[in-house]
Design a protein around this ligand. Sequence first.
Ligand SMILES: Nc1ncnc2c1ncn2[C@@H]1O[C@H](COP(=O)(O)OP(=O)(O)O)[C@@H](O)[C@H]1O
Ligand SMILES: [Mg+2]
Length: 355
Amino acid sequence: MTTARCIGILGSGQLGRMLAIAAAQLGLDTHIYAPDAAASPAAAVASRWTEAAYDDLAALNDFAASVDVVTSEFENVPAGVMEQIAVHCPASPGEAALRTAQHRVAEKTLAARLGIGTPRFWPVTSAAGLRSALAELGGDGILKTCRLGYDGKGQRRVASGEDASEIFGSFGSDDAILEEKIDFAFEISCLVARTQDGRVAHFPVSQNSHENGILARTVAPANIPSSLADQARQATAAIADELNLFGVLAVEFFVTSDGTLLFNEMAPRPHNSFHWTIEGCASSQFIQLARVLAGLGCGDTSAYGRWQMDNLLGQHMQQVPDLLASDGVHLHLYGKPDARTNRKMGHATRQLSES
Ligand SMILES: Nc1ncnc2c1ncn2[C@@H]1O[C@H](COP(=O)(O)OP(=O)(O)O)[C@@H](O)[C@H]1O
Ligand SMILES: [Mg+2]
């Protein structure tokens, strides 16, 4: 691919914002397309924006014709949108990556097919199906919607002995997955960048803690045995290769106390658990994605020391004055006006002293 001048971004949130900032650093333009583009975190820092629905074919065609390459900052882009765009220009992360990441059964099935361990899981489309899945599970589980879940939304813990009809009736989705609840020792994530001609670059592994299903803190590079980090990176690269991914792919894993690695989920886009790379790595995840999209090749991903990243949710915004007054804190605010509870408003990164 020849080098691109303008990156089109579907979606208007903080990931699009940080990608647009990175693209600008590389002298590239960005064009945001989203139904709520006006006054959005991404449009505020982009070169251009279009506010239109994802099924507005005329607006999509105009958008695609105005850019050299398109990516999506969220994985739930309707399938037809990327197909339409791919008529005009290269589309990231690619059709197979989007289709697979949009469905929890599809992504876990892919991981299992590639020999990557997953929690035991059962597709659930009826109360009777849930009843037999619970009987097979024989312990505690988590019922999740297969589509559109994020930040712990669309999930319900299920204790053994609960009534399947009641759970299914109140769950509100008949396209669900029951997963074994894993008593993990810790959670890690990997991020790989992959160019259109299949060259990959890995980032150091992140270690993550969640609160109420939402990422709270990342510490990276994770203090884990190098064999485990290699295994996680190899699994991530195998998925990226299998999907012929163009862009970046994040994979979340559980690690059990005996060191077993289990695939949890994936996202073919920049990931919250790699925001620390903005200050912590030679190339951040956003610079890396901009480089790959623009045909500039992958950059160096070495880390400068160890880092901690804390998310700032709506209820944490009163910490901002203290963070502003603290030395060594890199504060990122996404410019969202409404600090609702559990809404991601920003993050703060600091370097940890080596111990
Ligand atoms: N099968 C499971 N066993 C134990 N904890 C889980 C399981 N699935 C999810 N969780 C917890 O909930 C968090 C969010 O779930 P996840 O499947 O990653 O959905 P989301 O799309 O909301 O991030 C996980 O990071 C983990 O802490
Ligand atoms: Mg997750």
